[in-house]
Design a protein. Structure first.
Length: 317
């Protein structure tokens, strides 16, 4: 790989892992990345500047290489294109400050993601167990920072949805009432590890979860947008935010309206496909009847987990 392109790619990945060390650990690429990342506004702005700095460097490098006569293979070209898209895209996503309004009971919520991902980390070595305890110890700070960001969002008119906040509160109730704290209490690892884990969970971790839940209930819920105003467009400057996220998510300049119409066109094509296949298989000429059979015909369902597994094995042979 071209030396300058490779160095810039390494710089981008290192910044990403600094921003989200838990991602690095989950990927098994940098398990020693400490903590859970910094969710503060100050860190957010610092990362924006860093990503935009990489984007500027990538564009300058692309211009330099286009004017020169150095040979670039396909991997060089693709890597540089990925950097040129990814760096400004992440910066734009951070600048959208979605963390301030993303409160729900789903994985897109930062808190749900933390609680769901942490139990997946392996604990088969002393260093991994030590890193897990460090991450548990960092959880209260992360929850405090997220709460502060939500309040900043409220102050700036970036409100979460009422349904999302209600679901997040229900999720936290489930977590704190579960003896295993939704998997945060891990088994194995030896008595010393289990004792240290229990001290963290019983003390600061459960306490922080209760405090975050109280914040949602007492200071955030009342500002939640109703179901008729759940989309980004209901926010101040929401149309611009929607266009930004469409660009970030698709790496194209297609507008949300264009993407929506494309989706509708695909649905219509699928209806035609349903009619073609459903008519050939079952002699049906009504999409609703075909969909009803797909959903409810017992003959189209597996009877057991063993049957599902056998089919999967046979398919990949």
């Amino acid at each position: 790989m071209h030396r300058d392109i490779g160095a810039l790619a390494d710089r981008l990945v290192a910044l990403r892992f600094e921003q989200d060390p838990l991602e690095a650990a989950m990927l098994g690429l940098d398990e020693n990345s400490p903590g859970l990342g910094d969710a503060s506004r100050e860190a957010n702005d610092r990362f924006i500047r860093a990503y935009r700095g990489i984007a500027v460097t990538a564009e300058a490098l692309a211009g330099q290489l286009n004017e020169g006569d150095e040979y670039l293979d396909e991997r060089d070209i693709l890597t540089l294109d990925v950097i040129r898209h990814s760096a400004p895209a992440v910066a734009d996503e951070l600048a959208a400050r979605l963390v301030e309004l993303t409160v729900s009971g789903f994985q897109n919520s930062p808190v749900v993601s933390l609680v769901s991902v942490l139990p997946q980390l392996p604990l088969d070595t002393p260093s991994r167990r030590g890193a897990y305890l460090e991450r548990l110890a960092a959880l209260p700070r992360a929850l405090q920072q997220l709460g502060e960001r939500h309040l900043e969002g409220i102050a700036g008119g970036r409100f979460p949805t009422h349904r999302g906040v209600s679901n997040a509160i229900s999720f936290l109730d489930q977590v704190t009432s579960d003896p295993d704290v939704s998997g945060l209490r891990r088994s194995g690892g030896g008595d010393e590890f289990l004792a240290a884990q229990d001290r963290l969970l019983r003390g600061p971790v459960i306490g922080a979860l209760h405090q975050y839940r109280a914040l949602l209930d007492e200071k955030i819920l009342e500002y939640g947008r109703d179901d008729e105003h759940a989309g980004l467009c209901a926010l101040a400057h929401g149309d611009e935010l929607y266009r930004t996220m469409a660009r970030v998510s698709t790496s194209t300049l297609r507008t949300p309206e264009d993407l929506h119409q494309t989706g509708l066109a695909i649905i219509e094509q699928l209806r035609a496909d349903y009619l073609l296949i459903g008519g050939r298989l079952w002699g049906l000429d009504d999409v609703s009847a075909i969909q009803d059979r797909l959903r409810h015909d017992p003959a189209l369902r597996y009877e057991s987990g063993d049957e599902m597994l056998a089919m999967a094995i046979e398919t990949v042979r």
